[in-house]
Design a protein around this ligand. Sequence first.
Ligand code: 6AU
Length: 446
Amino acid sequence: MLSFFLILFINIVYFIYQLLTDLLQKYLEKIKNVDIICGVPYTALPIATVLSLKTNIPMVMRRKEAKDYGTKKMIEGVFKKGDNCLIIEDVVTSGSSILETVEDLTAEGIKCSDVVVFLNREQGGAEYLKHNGVNMHSLLNLTDLMRYLKEEGCIDEKTVNKVSDYLHTTQVDHEALSKSLSKDRLYLSFAERAKIAKNPIAAKLFQIMATKQTTLCLAADLTDSTALLNLAEQAGPHICALKTHIDIVDDFHPNLIKPLREIANRHNFILFEDRKFCDIGKTIELQYSKGIYKISTWAQLVTAHALLGKGVLEVIKKSEGLEKRGVFLLAEASCSGTLIDAKYAKSTMKMAEEYPELVAGIVCQSPMFLNQPGLIQLTPGVQIDNKSDDVDQQYNSPEIVVTEKGCDIAVVGRGITKAADAALAAEKYRKILWDAYLQRIKKNHK
Ligand code: 6AU
């Protein structure tokens, strides 16, 4: 007897899923170029699974938490960067779960412009999604559902009115939602973000970016000090920061710092030493302020790894040197084969949030943080002509990093240092990056 009811139950569930996925399939015909589908975890997962089996369109799965073993990926499945993903959801109220899914998919380079939902509760979710660039298609909305149920005699007029009153009084607060959108750093201007930044160098950088109209950080990876000074002079008018690896300069002498600072002051850019500190606090303290480089006395910005914990930020905060300083924590790398995973990136982000006065931003490859407009996303691995170098570096174009990867400041090295005319190349990168930024913020200022 028990097995009879079990089989009956499974058949009913199967029948319902078949029915729902038949309806969904109709929508797939309307929405062009769907490469993959993804159900919003967890209720929509089985629906997306049945739809995937039926249509032969591959499915990816979003985890709510990264695993703490194995691959630790947030998105599981087979996909390519640039794939168009159709999102599936059962019921929509505010749309925020859908946007969380969109955020994780976008971080993997997957495009998400459409979502199909079974039931729209008509409480403002569709408008909120639209505002965030996602079109919502619903099979049914609550008003129609009430009407059908009443026509079939399942509910009376009183219940319909009750539901309708409820919907009117529980609309999603659009003002609060648009305020939260306006906090999204991708749509705020640098001038606005300068006022929000808690780290003084980040605030200064935002001001420089806004006034010089540049989001270009030059990676001046040269080994000769005269060539380094010449490059700083030529590119100076086009950049907001000059990033050095000071320990690669063959003929380094402390006397190099004075003219370098003079050029930086004259052209109004920040000196940034990409030291990528990663050691116990005491050692970093020495590496930061002692030795021949005395980084703390001239570099307003430095990079650091979060791998060994908070010690790095504690000592950079307290060491002797310049009064105002900032740190960029590295949360994602541009090279192939990196061991950094999503969980590590999230932990790095958490560490950054604990030191708002010190951390100027995050070195990363995707829009990891959206609601912290005071932080800067620094993205290396940017070049127009190449997709990779002959070792492990991977490049994206300047437009893509700004419009799709969430980059605020782009780091360009060999794209400029190897060009026949460094000043011309720097101006070319500056313009492309700036135009892409203007396009991006337009969304919020329409
Ligand atoms: O444009 P390139 O490839 O000539 O130079 C890229 C610069 C180099 C790297 O040390 C640095 O960016 N970099 C970083 C940074 C800035 O920390 C992180 C990363 O993931 N990839 C990367 O290339 O100076």
